[in-house]
Ligand binder design. Sequence first.
Ligand SMILES: CC(C)(COP(=O)(O)OP(=O)(O)OC[C@H]1O[C@@H](n2cnc3c(N)ncnc32)[C@H](O)[C@@H]1OP(=O)(O)O)[C@@H](O)C(=O)NCCC(=O)NCCS
Length: 197
Amino acid sequence: MSSKPDDDYLAKLTSSYSPVYGQAITIRPMQPEDLDIETEFVEGWSAETRYNRLFSTTVRTTPERLKQITRIDYTRDMALIATLMLEDREVQIGVARYVLRDDNKTCEFALAVADAWQHRGIGRALMLNLIDSAAAAGIETMVGDVLASNTPMLHFMRSIGFAIEAAPDGPEIRRVSKRLTPVAAPIQEKDAPAQNP
Ligand SMILES: CC(C)(COP(=O)(O)OP(=O)(O)OC[C@H]1O[C@@H](n2cnc3c(N)ncnc32)[C@H](O)[C@@H]1OP(=O)(O)O)[C@@H](O)C(=O)NCCC(=O)NCCS
């Protein structure tokens, strides 16, 4: 798929809900036009969030890298963002993304929510939407690496059915993985039971 999918495709992956004070949160696929709000979001992370997401407090996400990660292929990779309107301006408060591995069956995910918006169900909503979109794309397994010290995230992963194991990269990392439930394909005419005449 090109980096500019049609409006119908984007609309199918867009949803809205109000977890706090009636504030409407939209979850939708990221687009290249979101470079500014993604940059503001990433630059707003606290040291703790940066460490838990990037496993480092010193790594800087360069402008080139930000440009790269806002150009989504929607086939080999996907990014869903959570946004809301603040003073007539759309602000990004979370992102969940996956990248398909070369085996075409497994994807690696990452998740982050802005510090001020954590613990309000936004990470859960993003993650469940990402799992649905990966399953709908026919991906079989979702995996991710989480710091062993990131107990809230590990707790969350377990609560949505991820298995947690040691990771090859060392004792400070845990590998989390989940088999995705295949999405039933619509019944094709040739598969439909024969009709009695
Ligand atoms: C981890 C993170 C994505 C969770 O997002 P969130 O919006 O704060 O999470 P939610 O409010 O949706 O909560 C989801 C679950 O996480 C767990 N959780 C979240 N915060 C927690 C806390 N302070 N203590 C214990 N559990 C917590 C709970 O299991 C919760 O489920 P519940 O609501 O049924 O109790 C967010 O805290 C974050 O961005 N952290 C920094 C980056 C990071 O750690 N990314 C993961 C590595 S890829």
